[in-house]
Ligand binder design. Sequence first.
Ligand code: G3H
Length: 536
Amino acid sequence: MNIATLFPEANSIPDRFKVGFVEQREYLINGEMRYWPGAMNPVISPVYVREAGQEKQQVLGSTPLLTAHEALHALDAAVEAYNLGHGYWPTLSVSDRISHIEKFLKLMREQRDEVVKLLMWEIGKTLRDSEKEFDRTCDYILDTIKALKDLDRNSAKLVEEQGYMAQIRRVPLGVALCMGPYNYPLNETFSTLIPALIMGNTVVFKPAKYGVLLIRPLLKAFQESFPPGVINIIYGKGRDTVGALMETGKVDVFAFIGTNKGANDLKRLHPKPHRLKSILGLDAKNPGIILADADLKNVVSECVTGSLSFNGQRCTALKILFVHQSIVDEFIQLFNEELARLKSGMPWEDGVHLTPLPEPGKTDYLRGLVEDAVHHGASVMNENGGQINKTFFYPAILYPVNEKMNIYREEQFGPVVPIVPFDHEDEAIRYVVNSKFGQQVSIFSNDSKKIAWMIDMFTNQVGRININTQCQRGPDTFPFNGRKDSAEGTLSVADALRVFSIRTLVATKATEENKQIISTIIRNRESVFLSTDYIM
Ligand code: G3H
């Protein structure tokens, strides 16, 4: 692999992956595709292309740099569509809301190729992973519909308790603001957006910082599938747009995947924090802990994908590896062999794993982490480790890492793999207990006693303990959360329906007269809420 010649000649890019320049001036408010005549935000690809001996970073297009003014219009539209809970959307039956989502899914599927292509060009995600992200999102929508039908079926009955009878159902919370991250600009965003909508909330959605043009092919699908004001899509700088929305106090639900600093800054702008419900996916520094008896073949394969898939840019990535002193040399050797097999290149190339990074300044940041670690006694353990070509950073394996180094604490969110040797498991346990973060941990061992002991050490520290398996979010039906600075609330297909809703009940003393009234309402289908109908 030659890092210096990584970027392709323009004429070597297959036609089906070529992109033109897209000037996106439209944005969606109140069911109208509005035109933005003002300043634009360039969309710059991490990919450079060689033409006539020159390497040029590709500019993919531009999106509207909206201001607080337009953002507030979007919010007004969502507030009006919600209409204090009396709007068309929040009062629509569950089965009708499902029909709108099904229509959207059908139209969304038609845009697969376009969205996948933009995922590759905008954030450098490989073709395989981009397709996986799109398909996983469609599956998530289908699973959400199924989960809502189950929920609805279970609510379609009356309960009797201590002389009272009641019907309990989940209803929407109000206006939701949904913001996703650049590493999963489709999947993570839709994993809050779709549940928010399907539960009857109205939404203002601001696409991620990078991976923003790829929402454009879906704008029409949103427009055609939902009533005016139910979904409003805005663009621009977060500080100019989202801050203004929070200050109004009209946002009821804040769904945000990003840094805990960003979440704190926005949350504190809300004038009535007690009225704001937040669902947050934040920073993480998930450790892999490799005990002396672990099956190294499996460990290495899990740790290489765990720390380097999508170049380490996953919130669930393994971001620090604690390896028992007695096996650390062999581990590093095997890790390096496996890493050397990973192909570097452009996202659309066959079998490629390592690709350019979308964040401006990221390679400098990573270089800084490596230099700091080297300054404090670590070495780069792999050939080419830390080599840079513009937006590309070849993974650097750092060893031995200690607490004086920034990489020991900071979430690198990129291809730097710090390895900390240990003599006793206590050292790794202390790290987790004292960490600011608490998303997940992976334990690698075959010793059931040790694993059991460590499980019990970690159950009150993190949201998921993985045994002989890398950290990850999926399957999407499993709860996904975190403690401390890593998250607020729990997501999963079913949990997301709960976090975007609240239970309301209709209750009465179970007298003959009241039973009569209730059964008349149900028999004559006089209420949408109080009903025993359910969706098949
Ligand atoms: O970036 C955080 C994602 O939710 C991680 O999901 O573990 O499926 O890659 P994943």
